[in-house]
Design a binder for this molecule. Structure first.
Ligand SMILES: C[S@@+](CC[C@H](N)C(=O)[O-])C[C@H]1O[C@@H](n2cnc3c(N)ncnc32)[C@H](O)[C@@H]1O
Length: 442
């Protein structure tokens, strides 16, 4: 049983391999590529402005959904963002169940066994979906998966196997809460992860973020334009970069601060004094100012940092509350700002975004809001199963039978809000997956 979940070194031919193994892996792989016995049904009355829009909400188990999408969307999805169940063990999570139970026949009588079996069950759920998802991605497509510390390491190994570790872009550490969630240990986990994988990493480039240029000003009307004070010293260098710089007004020599080096060679001093980039003070004890001009910046963009701060999970709940008077009908929806950031970083104006664990529809709202703000035409496909809706707020018990009912309702509300504000006809096509009836008649 201890071998249920393990990283094992396997001997295959003459090569040693490192792979994640768990009970049920082979069967999960078979499920990934078994025939699809469903077809798509278009539901006009559940759609909104269907003819005018390409956005899709597909009500289906997502493995069935991914197989169905293959026919028309193979190689077309630029960004897959998913937020799968984290395997918290919470059966009654507001909205849906997040409990994965291992196969009873393997014996669940110890805590260790049931933990391993639950992880195996979660991996067996994820594996076929990840195998099928990759096929839908464009050549420069990216998969972004939200996950927390329960399953992040197993998921990483699984995705390394499917995408190739060379296509692992990195993990975003998303600082998503400020208050501690475990007071017993006095250890506060305040972050989650977003794992990024490319179909082909060499084809991917993040947009980056705008640098803060507000420090660049022009108080002395310098004809070379706005500037800011530059740091003239550097932490590393050679002894030849510890030369004295003489102030022509006061005759004082200035050296770099202790343990540091000038960030430029002696030749630059004359050149920059002449051009005005280096300005000496004419008071004793004062050194010089080195100007960094705005026009010298190679780029006004900086790379996206792998630690993300400033967006909290609580924002997602607030956003949902702003659509639902009686309170948020779903626990821990993702803040749209997180998904919008991914879209802004990775999508062009006509690209497709897929979320096949749609939940309350945060990704759809992120796409719709992003399009309004950025004047883009990004399209979404959201897949959500008809999992029974677990209503903890009585107000919603009668309103939503399934989680997909909520997904649809939220997307409808967002479209109607934007339509009312802008006079547009935003909407989506509602599809369901129906089992194909096999006729016995000869
Ligand atoms: C963590 S929630 C996603 C929350 C979503 N990101 C949001 O902001 O509202 C996971 C969702 O995946 C759905 N789900 C779980 N298994 C699924 C499956 N096999 N097919 C389709 N949806 C599934 C659950 O019903 C749940 O709504």
């Amino acid at each position: 049983m201890a071998s249920l979940l393990r990283n094992n070194a396997m001997q295959e031919d003459t090569h040693e391999h490192f792979a994640l193994q768990w009970y049920g892996k082979e069967q999960a792989k078979t499920e990934a590529f078994s025939d699809c016995k469903h077809q798509i049904i278009f539901e006009a009355e559940k759609s909104l402005w269907a003819e005018q829009n390409e956005h899709i909400l597909l009500e289906a188990d997502n493995l069935v959904g991914l197989k169905l999408l293959h026919a028309n969307y193979e190689g077309r999805i630029k960004l897959i963002y998913i937020d799968p169940p984290y395997n918290t063990g919470e059966e009654q999570l507001y909205g849906y169940s997040d409990k994965f139970v291992g196969k009873k026949e393997l014996g669940n009588n110890s805590k260790k066994q049931s933990y391993a079996l639950s992880q195996a069950a979660w991996l067996s759920m994820m594996y076929p979906r990840m195998l099928r998802a990759r096929d839908l991605m464009t050549k420069n497509g990216v998969l972004a998966v939200s996950i927390d510390n329960r399953e992040v390491f197993q998921l990483k190994l699984m995705l390394d196997e499917i995408f190739g570790h060379e296509n692992f872009i990195g993990e975003l550490i998303w600082v998503n809460r400020t208050s501690p969630n475990d007071t017993k240990l006095n250890f506060a986990t305040t972050h989650e992860y977003v794992l990024f994988y490319a179909k082909h990493k060499q084809n991917v480039r993040f947009e980056g973020l705008d640098k803060d240029l507000s420090q660049y000003k022009n108080p002395d009307n310098d004809p070379k334009g706005p500037w800011m004070a530059d740091n003239p010293s550097a932490a590393s260098g050679t002894t030849s970069y510890r030369f004295p710089i003489k102030n022509p007004y006061t005759g004082e020599d200035r050296f770099p601060p202790k343990g540091r080096f000038w960030a430029f060679s002696p030749q630059r001093v004359a050149e920059w004094t002449e051009s005005g980039k280096m300005k000496f003070h004419n008071q004793a004890g004062k050194g010089f100012l080195l100007k960094k001009y705005l026009h010298e910046l190679k780029s006004s963009q900086k790379a996206l940092d792998s630690v993300l701060v400033g967006i909290l999970t609580a924002e997602g709940t607030r956003e949902l509350k702003s659509l639902y008077e009686e309170g948020a009908p779903f626990k821990y929806p993702k803040p749209t700002a997180l998904v919008k950031l991914l879209i802004q970083q990775l999508c062009g104006p006509e690209d497709w975004v897929l979320d096949f664990f749609a939940g309350s529809g945060s990704t759809a709202q992120a796409v719709l809001d992003y399009n309004s703000e950025a004047k883009s035409h990004v399209k979404f496909i959201c897949v959500q199963s008809a999992e029974p809706y677990n209503a903890q707020n009585k107000a919603y018990a009668a309103q939503f039978q399934t989680v997909a009912d909520l997904t649809r309702d939220r997307i409808t509300r967002v479209c109607e809000r934007i339509n009312a504000e802008t006079g547009s006809q935003l909407g989506f096509k509602y599809w369901t997956a129906a089992a194909i009836k096999v006729s016995n008649e000869k």
